[in-house]
Design a protein around this ligand. Structure first.
Ligand code: NAG
Ligand code: NAG
Ligand code: NAG
Ligand code: NAG
Ligand code: NAG
Ligand code: NAG
Ligand code: NAG
Ligand code: NAG
Length: 432
């Protein structure tokens, strides 16, 4: 820190100390207290053993009772873990900060390798104030106690890997042994080999076999006109098809070479779903019925099997850039009925660029996200998250937001609306 900044910070700090009610944190941290937390966004998350890990993204917080005078938000430089063996609320939850030797990205992927209790990060863009890191593969090995350490990994197919550019804001998912990434967009702020801001939509599906470390880059021209999609979601459904199947949802499919945010035409709808068999590399489509969600991007999804041979996918929030609509709603899609229902329960306001994981047996944890309805009138980093620590818990069976996380919640059962629908006489359909 330069001396001028030091004295400025001190002066601001003294002023801040006069503000009532806030515990004073005199420096930036990745896990501020409930009272110092303002907003977190653009992180990615996974669950391994008894811990949720989230990584990357940015945070805004009060320092000495005041907002950061230099930046709206700062990159989150360490990895965070939360214990899900115990119940908590968003006021009582403990966020542990784990030292990170790997670089920090917004809108990266996390791919989880359960067989080795580790996860990989790939993709993402760098915070504007820092150099864009070289293209490398980073792996986090958990220690079983909510900690762990970072190392780099060598690609099994260096030629393929070296030809990949690093995009951000793609859709990602993983099977037991393979990580997938659909689309995204890239520019000088995401890949050191690229010049030019604001960047371009990137076509194709990238996959990384975590067993063999082999990379692949396959066509997605069957999915969208240019094989692109930004801000969509992918879910891997193990129980469908011989190899499991990827369901690709939402986002916006821009022209290759166009900056998707300025070219929001091509928002994908949720009426006609696209599925991809990643081993046979075959595509399938299926029309849906019910209360279909409006088009959006930068939402979050989780999916899990029901006890009666169904599979439910929950989608939460997001934004439609074409019509500038921010969402805080939640929908469930049930397979094999291909039917949508909307939850009546709402909480926490519109939410974009958050991330979701399943915690315990039947709850969805939403982490962070910004409210873009405040983008013009007030900086969205300044508008405090209505949820403490930016954490929300949704009971997927009850279809409602909960006061906190219940480590002893029952097993998942499909929501009542879903059970009623199948019980009313469902006839299976087959994919086109
Ligand atoms: C992360 O590192 C950057 C660059 O050193 C720094 O400016 C920022 O304050 C750090 N973020 C947090 C949340 O401490
Ligand atoms: C995958 O291949 C396509 C076609 O060659 C290329 O345009 C795209 O940049 C590649 N994807 C990545 C992430 O590098
Ligand atoms: C990943 O590699 C393993 C080991 O060769 C193989 O068994 C598996 O089928 C591969 N996964 C995919 C999705 O191709
Ligand atoms: C869904 O999209 C696919 C691919 O564009 C198309 O072949 C199929 O006819 C569509 N189905 C419906 C019901 O629109
Ligand atoms: C929401 O409320 C309406 C009206 O009470 C009800 O018909 C519908 O089933 C509810 N939806 C869910 C998902 O519970
Ligand atoms: C989007 O809507 C918000 C209110 O929800 C408004 O403040 C903002 O100006 C709008 N942005 C654009 C680009 O129209
Ligand atoms: C915690 O999150 C839930 C959503 O799960 C929300 O309804 C509740 O208001 C939050 N509690 C506090 C104290 O912020
Ligand atoms: C499973 O589904 C069948 C028919 O769809 C229904 O008759 C049965 O009650 C369901 N069982 C459970 C446990 O929901």
């Amino acid at each position: 820190m330069q001396w001028a900044f030091f004295w400025l910070a001190l002066a601001v700090g003294l002023h801040g100390a006069e503000l009532a009610g806030r515990s004073l944190d005199s420096r930036q941290v990745d896990n501020p207290s409930v009272t110092n937390f303002i907003r977190r966004s653009y992180a990615a998350a996974t669950v391994l053993g008894d811990y949720v890990y989230f990584d990357g993204g940015e945070i805004s917080q009060y320092i000495n009772g005041l907002r950061d005078s230099q930046f709206d938000s700062r990159p989150v430089n360490n990895t965070i873990s939360i214990n899900v063996a115990q119940s908590w609320t968003n006021s009582s939850v403990v966020l542990r900060s784990i030292d990170k030797s790997a670089p920090t990205f917004d809108n990266q992927a996390i791919w989880t390798d359960i067989s080795s209790n580790s996860f990989y990060i790939w993709g993402g863009r760098a915070w504007f104030g820092i150099d864009v890191p070289l293209d490398q593969i980073w792996r986090f090995d958990t220690d079983g106690n909510g900690g762990g350490s970072w190392t780099t990994e060598s690609p099994g197919s260096p030629t393929v890997f070296d030809n990949l550019i690093r995009p951000a804001e793609g859709a990602f998912a993983n099977s037991k042994d393979t990580g997938f990434w659909m689309g995204g967009y890239a520019g000088s702020w995401s890949d050191p080999s690229l010049s030019g801001y604001p960047g371009v939509s990137v076509p194709n599906i990238v996959s990384f076999n975590m067993t063999t470390k082999l990379w692949s880059n396959d066509s997605a021209l069957a999915f969208t006109q240019f094989g692109t999609d930004v801000g969509g979601a992918v879910d891997f459904i193990q129980s469908f098809g011989p190899n499991g199947i990827l369901l690709l949802l939402g986002g916006g499919a821009g022209v290759v070479g166009a900056y998707q945010i300025n070219d929001p035409a091509g928002m994908l709808d949720f009426n006609n779903l696209t599925f991809y068999d990643p081993v046979f590399k075959e595509w399938y489509w299926q029309a849906t019925t019910g209360n279909v969600p409006p088009s959006r991007q930068s939402f979050c999804t989780v999916g899990l099997p029901g006890p009666n041979h169904t599979y439910e996918i929950f989608i939460f929030g997001g934004i439609n850039l074409q019509f500038n609509i921010s969402y805080g709603d939640i929908y469930v899609l049930s397979l094999p009925g291909f039917v949508w229902f909307q939850a009546n329960s709402t909480s926490g306001g519109p939410r974009t660029s958050h991330t979701c994981v399943i915690v315990g047996k039947r709850q969805m944890l939403s982490i962070g996200g910004s409210d873009q309805t405040h983008a013009a009138t007030m900086d969205s980093w300044l508008f405090p998250d209505p949820w403490k620590q930016g954490l929300g818990i949704f009971d997927m069976t009850e279809m409602k937001w909960s006061a906190g996380y219940d480590a002893n919640a029952d097993s998942y059962d499909s929501p009542k609306v879903v059970r009623d629908w199948y019980n009313a006489g469902f006839v299976p359909v087959t994919c086109d």
